[in-house]
Design a protein around this ligand. Structure first.
Ligand code: TRP
Length: 375
């Protein structure tokens, strides 16, 4: 969607995103209390990202649960486009996906789209392969289930994906792709084909098992257009349409209006490889603050957690305890808690997470080898 005030496509997110408008425009549904209640029946508790509206919309999720309740288990599918070092904005979806995998005890197919990033970014094939190796370690370090997790790399598993992708490609016209993604005659022809590669993993287990298996795709809402195009095709090829859960974007350090966190702007992102010192510097120097100009004014009038990036990071991922988060929100709003205190707390939380992540990552090579699909 390319709007007046904001833009959301798989390759560009900018402006102040109006999620209500996106729901309407994309024709998706809000994750309402009824649906959340159905999830809770199976998972016992709701993940903070569900309680707090980080995952906020869906397609066909109630159908997926109907099937699950009939004993027709689903599998999970999500992915990573390797084009640079990973940052906090990438991993929210995957951490949530891991929770779903643990709670429902299901398989996960994880696609690495090295073809996509080669075609869409100004990087060489070799550079993208380096990113791929690097990103696979980070993803493996998140701790997905051994034996139930399958990494597929578009260029390496072409024997599996290509025969499926061409079936999608044959049913999608250039004019649909051009209208959906704003492509022009000057775009390279690989880009035009790409959506069919991203569509394919949603049916890979059905193809391998020779029977239809429901699929659930957790994703950042910018990825929805690929599936909006492809969903018309699944039934034409004899498959279920995949169900989808959509998340909001992880805010850039400079705030919501600055779009999503992006690896092309060093100072808008906290990378998974950042040192504790770098995190401290970035939060202190760049994290948009909802605080007042002076301490006196802050104590008197209070801060605004709704626009404060440190608070958003706590809410989205780093403070799991609802009571604690509510207390911080109250104290910041009243002026009892200062911006420096909020930032110090956030820095401590992020660094605690990154320290553990980096230790797991250093030992993740063997997991990558285990996860890579071997046929
Ligand atoms: N295109 C995604 C990206 O640029 C990667 C991806 C591939 C993906 N398949 C997916 C993301 C399925 C979500 C769901 O990062």
């Amino acid at each position: 969607m390319v709007g007046k005030d904001f833009t959301v496509t798989p390759w560009e997110v900018s402006g102040e995103v109006d999620y209500g408008k996106l729901i309407k425009e994309f024709g998706i549904s809000r994750l309402d209390d009824k649906t959340l209640g159905r999830i809770k029946k199976h998972t016992k508790e709701l993940h903070p990202m569900l309680r707090r509206g980080v995952f906020f919309a869906h397609r066909d999720f109630n159908w997926l649960l109907d099937e699950y309740e009939k004993g027709n288990k689903f599998f999970l599918y999500t992915g990573c486009g390797p084009s640079g070092p990973l940052h906090l904005g990438h991993i929210g979806t995957w951490i949530f996906t891991k929770w779903l995998q643990d709670k429902f005890d299901v398989d996960l197919w994880f696609q690495f789209t090295d073809d996509e990033k080669f075609l869409f970014k100004d990087k060489s094939y070799e550079e993208i392969q380096k990113c791929l190796e690097d990103n696979m370690l980070d993803v493996a370090a998140l701790g997905f289930k051994p034996g139930k997790t399958h990494f597929i790399v578009d260029t390496r598993h072409a024997n599996l994906l290509y025969p499926i992708a061409i079936k999608f490609a044959k049913k999608i016209t250039f004019s649909t792709v051009r209208a959906s993604f704003g492509m022009t005659n000057e775009d390279n022809i690989g880009k035009i084909f790409y959506t069919s590669m991203q569509a394919a993993p949603a049916v890979v287990p059905s193809v391998l098992k020779k029977k239809n298996i429901p699929c659930l795709i957790p994703l950042g809402i910018d990825q929805d257009p690929h599936f909006r195009v492809a969903r018309d095709v699944y039934p034409k090829l004899g498959y279920y349409k995949p169900a989808i859960m959509h998340s909001v974007f992880w805010p850039a350090l400079k705030g919501h209006g600055a779009g999503k966190m992006s690896s092309s702007d060093e100072n808008s992102a906290i990378f998974l490889s950042d040192s504790a010192k770098e995190v401290e510097k970035k939060i202190k120097k760049y994290a948009f603050s909802g605080g007042r100009d002076t301490i006196e004014e802050h104590r008197e009038k209070g801060g605004n957690p709704d626009v404060d990036v440190s608070f958003q990071y706590l809410k989205y991922l780093f403070e799991e305890d609802d009571a604690k988060l509510t207390q911080i929100e109250k104290d910041y709003r009243s002026g009892k808690m200062l911006t420096s205190e909020l930032k110090d707390y956030t820095i401590k939380k992020i660094n605690g997470f990154l320290k553990e992540h980096q230790a797991r990552r250093a030992k993740a090579k063997k997991d990558v080898d285990k996860f890579l699909w071997g046929g």
